[in-house]
Design a protein around this ligand. Sequence first.
Ligand SMILES: Nc1ncnc2c1ncn2[C@@H]1O[C@H](COP(=O)(O)OP(=O)(O)OP(=O)(O)O)[C@@H](O)[C@H]1O
Ligand SMILES: C=C(C)CCOP(=O)(O)O
Length: 250
Amino acid sequence: MTTVLKLGGSVVTEKDRDETVDGPALDRAADAVAAARNGAVDDLVIVHGGGSFGHPNAAEWGVTTDDGTHDPDGVLAIHGAMTTLNKFVLRRLRDAGVPAVPVHPFSAAHRDADADLTLPAGQIETLLGEGFVPVCHGDVVGHVGEGVTVLSGDEIVVDLATQLDADRIGVCSTVPGVLDADDAVIPEIETFDDVADVLGGSDATDVSGGMAGKVRELLALDAPASIFDLDALADFLAGERPGTTVERAD
Ligand SMILES: Nc1ncnc2c1ncn2[C@@H]1O[C@H](COP(=O)(O)OP(=O)(O)OP(=O)(O)O)[C@@H](O)[C@H]1O
Ligand SMILES: C=C(C)CCOP(=O)(O)O
């Protein structure tokens, strides 16, 4: 059984303080992953977002998922921030005993002139088969006609989950699910229009669309995906569907 789990940048970092890891939250996430690897979860791919890493750099250089830069210093600033965060995430996972290894999308992925993404998954499949937990992250990628643009962790989740035919897809964020106008968790989302009125961006600098972008991405999946918070991560990894289930109505 293959699980693709996104650890939101807003969970593992302090989103309102530039380049600051949320150590206790990252430790909790790493411990939950380690416990699950000793139990129900075998093949696991982790993708993490940026939070206070990457997004501020991308905003500074005017780079989004659509608008790119040709300036190598901009590329290095954004990619560098994301690989720095990746090292922190890996360290905590390794400290918790998880066989985590890094995978950097910038080195392998690209977008064509229509912005369609090619993200090779052979490396990840091989690493999974060899017992590792690949840890991928939001990044910048070469983009025909744009230079480089941002590749969000949510896009990576959708692309990899499809290619790996993942059985379980989870997005761990700072909210217990997608919230309605009264801040109650919406248990199921089948179309974007159902929730367009309540979906906003992010509370912090976020170049990839916040919750609205997340739901839009997840609705592209054939399989159901769960959006939940850190309190529910262990439940998700144990096989439950906490928070909001996003599953497109066909
Ligand atoms: N209806 C909604 N329900 C829940 N959260 C919402 C809603 N509308 C907007 N949001 C915002 O979306 C945020 C989650 O999206 P965000 O992109 O920040 O998450 P993330 O994936 O954890 O972080 P990152 O993008 O840095 O990886 C919440 O913290 C909240 O501020
Ligand atoms: C800002 C960059 C480079 C990555 C964004 O990934 P996300 O936090 O998953 O949207």
